[in-house]
Design a binder for this molecule. Structure first.
Ligand SMILES: [Zn+2]
Length: 276
């Protein structure tokens, strides 16, 4: 029995080592430095850092996004809800919230991603509202970057930005091209998995608070989700094409309810409560 347990522990240690090499073993974070940090006296409690969340209200300016039958514009719903979510995130004391646009202005999609990376966001959430051809359809849905789009878009992004691009703390241009490509791909895959975990957290928590669309977890080639090193998701808060949600989405009380559930989903994501 003891021997079996030893073998199991050894196997687990090996597995942890292998996973550590894949997930955490970046050259930017050498194990020696980590071991040294752990020997330091515990003056500060762990995990007290304030995390940066970038919220991206969809559309804006000349681009209204979807327009409801009664003329309610997606860009307005997105900005109002993002502001409320930012307020709640800040109030929690656990997060710093940055908006990609503060006002009714047009911001190009690439610039939204660039702003998130400049702020070293740990999470990127793009906020939208849908309009579907079938007015009976309603509910919230969450998009992550599709695998195909991920391959194509992030490869293109890598080529464009490689010169001075940092991914997961690694300066790619300082690596031999083959190593840089491998490290980039590993970072991107890890980010994709985290984005999927984020989408699951959102569906779990929002499903308890509001109506979800059929098959609420979806993927598509959204340019705004292509940061290779920031877990990213796009939330369609509801359907402006549906009479009931056209009525609900502009209401501050409904925006507060959506935001409360989104804060819980973000908490769950960082707590690792949802298995990847
Ligand atoms: Zn939109």
């Amino acid at each position: 029995m003891g021997e079996m347990r030893d073998t199991a522990i050894a196997r687990r240690a090996l597995l942890a080592l292998a996973v550590g090499v894949v997930i955490g073993g970046w050259p930017a974070e050498p194990t020696g430095a980590r071991a040294h940090a752990e020997r330091k006296p515990k003056t500060k409690p762990k995990r007290q850092q304030v995390r940066t969340i970038v919220l991206d209200p969809g559309h804006g300016g000349a681009d209204p996004g979807a327009i409801s039958p009664r003329g309610i514009r997606e860009k307005t719903i997105a900005l109002a809800t993002a502001r409320e979510l930012a307020r709640q995130l800040k109030a929690s004391g656990r997060y710093r919230a940055v908006l990609t646009r503060q006002r009714d202005v047009f911001v190009p999609l690439r610039e939204r991603v660039a702003r998130a990376r400049r702020h070293r966001a740990e999470l990127f959430l793009s906020i939208h509202a849908d309009a579907l051809p079938d007015a009976a359809m309603r509910g919230l849905s969450v998009y992550t970057l599709s695998e195909q789009a991920s391959d194509r878009e992030t490869a293109a992004l890598a080529i464009r930005e490689n010169k001075d691009d940092f991914v997961a703390g690694i300066k790619l241009s300082r690596q031999p091209p083959v190593i840089g490509a491998i490290l980039f791909d590993m970072a991107r895959r890890q980010t994709n998995n985290q984005s999927l975990a984020l989408a699951r957290s959102i569906v779990d928590e929002l499903g308890r608070a509001v109506t979800l669309l059929d098959k609420p977890r979806r993927s598509a080639g959204f340019a705004v989700l292509t940061a290779p090193d920031i877990p990213s998701a796009l939330v369609e808060l509801g359907c402006l094409s549906n009479r009931e949600e056209e009525r609900l989405l502009p209401r501050p009380a409904y925006q507060r309810r959506l935001s409360q559930a989104l804060v819980r989903a973000i908490d769950d994501f960082f707590a690792g409560a949802v298995p990847a």
